[in-house]
Design a protein around this ligand. Sequence first.
Ligand code: FE2
Length: 283
Amino acid sequence: MDRRDFLKGLGTAALAGAFAGGAARAAEAGEEFHFAVVADPHCAEGPRKGMESLGTGTDRFLRCVEAMKALPAAEQPDFVLVLGDLHTDAFLPLLKEVPYPVHVTFGNHESTPEQRKNLRDAFPGDFTVNGEPSDYYSFTHKGARFISLCDAGLGGEHIGTLCSENIRPRGQCEWLEAELSAPEPRKVLFAHIPVERNGGDREMHLNRNDSRWMNALLEEKGPDAAFFGHLHTPTEEYSNGKSRVWQVRSCCWNGGNAPVGFLLARMTPGGVSCREILTGGGA
Ligand SMILES: [Fe+2]
């Protein structure tokens, strides 16, 4: 084979590889899968008055894991998203009990530099942007992009923000804009403190101006889904443009001792749908 034939052969092989890669990506982008979404495990809390039979925060988180394991094979989650307020010291030892990959985001209960470092160190594959430690990150799975925001800063305040001395590195908003423009057709956002859906100045939500910016961004970019925790109220779902937004009940406790539980999400080419699995309470 002369040099020209060799190079031509290389080109054909590269082209074939590119088509195969494109086909693989197209197949991935159409692949259905499930993932679980668990909010506010508060693992260090003791038994709750009126819900003593459900045990500690740790017990209540592990009830979710047991409920996942009991799901039929076709609904087994590929991974679990945990939406903050983990109580790092109590949560991290439980990871060995979870037979699924876990991805977490910071809550207002993880707002000290030490707590954040401990969590980043426990998930070294996640909390990284451009090879540097980061409080926000993304990962891809079967052609879908999952984007974890850090919107809890300022030493544990219950109103959220996207910019703070305690959210590093600088530039989370520009990073999010780029993430939502990434080539994957399917995208999911997850964070602890929910956007205020009407852009109001309201307790327990992302601050007024960040909420207005986020609402406009969701409407413009249209990720399939956004998941938030923090509210400790029964799960609510609403739309913003093409995006479905879920405010997910806690798996540890909710106001008025409303039932605890988690979401089983199903990703399809058409978007994300969820069904709620209750794990106790509400008697
Ligand atoms: Fe919270």
